[in-house]
Design a protein around this ligand. Structure first.
Ligand code: G
Ligand code: G
Ligand code: MN
Ligand code: NA
Length: 254
């Protein structure tokens, strides 16, 4: 209850901050997109990770409010950057289960895009296997509706949930994000490397882009590039950055 009150207090006082992590092409070494990651910045307390408040926000229903604020701020920042010619590609926003299953999700997202004057083609939504596998048939309907609006979809944390390949081939998604757990020991463990090679090949055969998550060193980046995994995120390139630091970072280090 204490954490719930803290979360309500944080929402009332607008302590939510959206940070952005660049996505890069391992082939060209160029910045190609970004992911929005929310944080709570509470004065005198510090930065609280979403891992510590998203589950509670889900339980209490506060996630709907959190999610709308994150999406609105992200669209606002992205629009400014796109207009300034400062960013390319799409901005990815994570959706949790309750958000994804809101009956009027597509309508709500479209109003935010319209109010913030961002074209849907700049937006990508990340959903995890857990979110879609709960009711895959319904998930396919929702994903199709979002796709028809021009919004791209990515399956996040791929490989860690229980995904069914039979559904994977039916999901109207554009991108697979390979979980960090497969990347960590990609150079030390042949089995991990083979697993990633197979995921990349399968994704490409399904016409999907592949993003490796949690890339922390050049050896991992080189191996992934050799395995034909074109895109990556991770501390090697940048950690999630405050919006004030994001442009400076992509301008100076890529
Ligand atoms: O960036 P970080 O490692 O702190 O994120 C921890 C977890 O919180 C990740 O699983 C990430 O997907 C999730 N997360 C980050 N931002 C958001 C958000 O805006 N909405 C939702 N639903 N989850 C988020
Ligand atoms: O579940 P999702 O993939 O959306 O969450 C991404 C999480 O991973 C975020 O919490 C983000 O801060 C974190 N992250 C991003 N890059 C790295 C990395 O290179 N190493 C580690 N340990 N975490 C990372
Ligand atoms: Mn994600
Ligand atoms: Na992930």
């Amino acid at each position: 209850l204490q954490v719930e009150n803290q979360l309500r207090h944080a929402l009332r006082n607008n302590y939510l901050q959206v940070h952005y992590q660049p996505k890069v092409s391992l082939r060209s070494n160029k910045f190609v997109g970004l992911e929005a990651l929310v944080r709570l910045e509470i004065p005198d307390v510090g930065v609280v990770s979403p891992a510590d408040f998203i589950p509670l926000a889900e339980e209490t229903g506060l996630i709907i409010d959190v999610g709308e604020r994150v999406l609105r701020q992200t669209c606002r920042d992205m629009r400014e950057w796109v207009e300034a010619g400062a960013v390319q590609g799409r901005v990815a926003v994570n959706l949790s289960a309750k958000q994804f299953l809101q009956p009027d999700l597509a309508k709500r997202i479209m109003s935010i895009l319209q109010e913030e004057k961002l074209h849907p083609s700049y937006l990508e939504l990340e959903i995890t296997e857990g979110v879609v596998m709960d009711d895959p048939e319904r998930a396919i309907e929702i994903m199709t509706e979002l796709n028809n609006l021009g919004i791209h979809l990515a399956l996040d944390d791929f490989g860690t949930g229980y995904s069914s390949l039979a559904y994977l081939k039916r999901f109207p998604i554009q991108t697979l994000k390979i979980d960090k757990a497969f990347i960590d020991d990609i150079n030390g463990a042949e089995r991990d490397r083979n697993m990633v090679a197979s995921i990349v090949a399968m994704a490409h055969n399904l016409g999907l882009d592949v993003v490796a998550e949690g890339v922390v060193n050049l050896e991992q980046a080189a191996t992934l590039n050799n395995l034909n995994c074109e895109f990556a995120q991770g501390f090697l390139f940048a950690e999630p950055l405050r919006r004030e630091n994001f442009l400076a970072h992509i301008g100076t280090t890529l």
